[in-house]
Design a protein around this ligand. Structure first.
Ligand SMILES: [Zn+2]
Length: 245
């Protein structure tokens, strides 16, 4: 029987928990409550935070938050950005418990200030000079900042992520139209057949600019609003979203 102690599930989640614990201790004074980390493949998203997403089945009314990570990007972004993504989502977790989060997915000034405090510079482009607040936000490590110091410490402890998703979205194709295949870490194999390409969206949201009314349908439909005579324009289904939420 295979050894359950070394199962990929146990290994992977222990590694993610280790990242959370080290960042919590070193960057948040250990004040963050535990959460449930998940792996998911929400399109064009490196990770997201969801407050009180889970409820305990023991009937005590206990909730816990979710930090979700997308393994599709792990090999492409590398270890430092995986850890950076966890830290970004942990600032959302910190804010949900100790601050005042912006509405919806808005990253407000308080969030941005906490990011800088832990050594990550918020930037809507992910590059120096970007806006520090907004709906779609990325970040980069501050030279000489706390995040990089903690990451260096993590990395010298021979820490690693053991399992990498073999199907990787190619840069510039965040909509996931093209994927490459990983057989050995660092070796990308471009897809030869259609079977490695993810499905295109089967449903698209169309909206009338006049009334704001929306309908869902197959891609490529030509729809006209009976009220205003204006065409319904596709508003989602193809549009790539920010890689960070
Ligand atoms: Zn965010």
């Amino acid at each position: 029987m295979p050894d359950a102690a070394t199962s990929p599930t146990r290994t992977t989640y222990a590694e993610l928990q280790h990242v959370f614990d080290v960042l919590n201790r070193e960057l948040f004074d250990g004040q963050l409550p535990a959460c449930l980390m998940t792996l998911q493949r929400e399109k064009s998203t490196l990770g997201y935070f969801s407050f009180n997403r889970f409820v305990s089945s023991d009937g005590g009314g206990e909730f816990t938050d979710e930090i979700a990570l997308n393994p599709t990007y792990f090999a492409r972004i590398g270890l430092r950005e995986i850890v950076q993504t966890v830290a970004h989502e942990m600032v959302h977790l910190w804010q949900a418990h100790y601050g005042e989060p912006g509405r919806g997915r808005y990253h407000n000034k308080e969030w941005a200030a906490k990011m800088e405090e832990i050594g990550l510079m918020p930037s809507h482009t992910g590059e120096p000079g970007g806006r520090k607040v907004g709906q779609k936000m990325s970040d980069y490590p501050i030279d000489g900042g706390r995040f990089l110091a903690v990451f260096d410490q993590l990395a010298t402890d021979a820490f690693r992520i053991s399992w990498y998703d073999r199907y990787i979205a190619i840069a510039g194709q965040l909509g996931g139209v093209v994927v490459a295949e990983l057989n050995t870490p660092g070796v990308l194999v471009m897809p030869s057949g259609a079977e490695t390409a993810p499905k295109k969206p089967t449903r698209v949201k169309y909206q009338c600019a006049g009334t704001g009314a929306a309908v869902w349908g197959k891609p490529g439909l030509s729809l006209v609003c009976g009220e205003t005579g204006q065409p319904y324009e596709p508003v989602s289904g193809y549009a790539p979203r920010s890689p960070l939420a």
